[in-house]
Design a protein around this ligand. Structure first.
Ligand code: 5GP
Ligand code: ZN
Length: 112
């Protein structure tokens, strides 16, 4: 298995986990860009957002809802940002889809 996030799901690489259930895992980003910066991933390997299929709609909603719920739990009720980078031109470096959640600092758009 050469996917970093699949190895985190399998417990082969440690991560600071925030939440997990049968479908998703959330854990703190190793290189935080804000005081709150965590990732929500599906446990099943999906390489990039453009590989989502129609049947993945409930999973996509579950990822988004998990992101929202954890952001509030971590004190981001005044606001936060979610980001999903898709493929190289979208800035994706780990090729297992993940939703970034950033909060607890003022964020600006565009981010650069
Ligand atoms: P991308 O650029 O693909 O959207 O984001 C990948 C994210 O994964 C980056 O923010 C990076 O800091 C994070 N990351 C990379 N390797 C690891 C790791 O081993 N553990 C954790 N927790 N995060 C990682
Ligand atoms: Zn994977």
């Amino acid at each position: 298995m050469d996917c970093l996030f699949c190895r985190i799901v399998a417990g082969e690489i440690p991560a600071r986990k925030l939440y997990e259930d049968d479908q998703v895992l959330a854990f703190h980003d190793i290189g935080p860009q804000a005081p709150v910066h965590f990732l929500v991933i599906p446990k099943r390997h999906i390489a990039s957002l453009d590989e989502l299929s129609e049947s993945d709609r409930p999973l996509a909603g579950h990822i988004l809802y998990t992101a929202q719920r954890l952001a509030i739990e971590l004190g981001c009720e005044e606001g936060f940002r979610v980001v999903m980078n898709c493929k190289d031109l979208g800035g994706q470096t780990v090729h297992h889809i993940h939703m970034h959640v950033l909060g607890q600092r003022q964020l600006h758009w565009p981010p650069g």
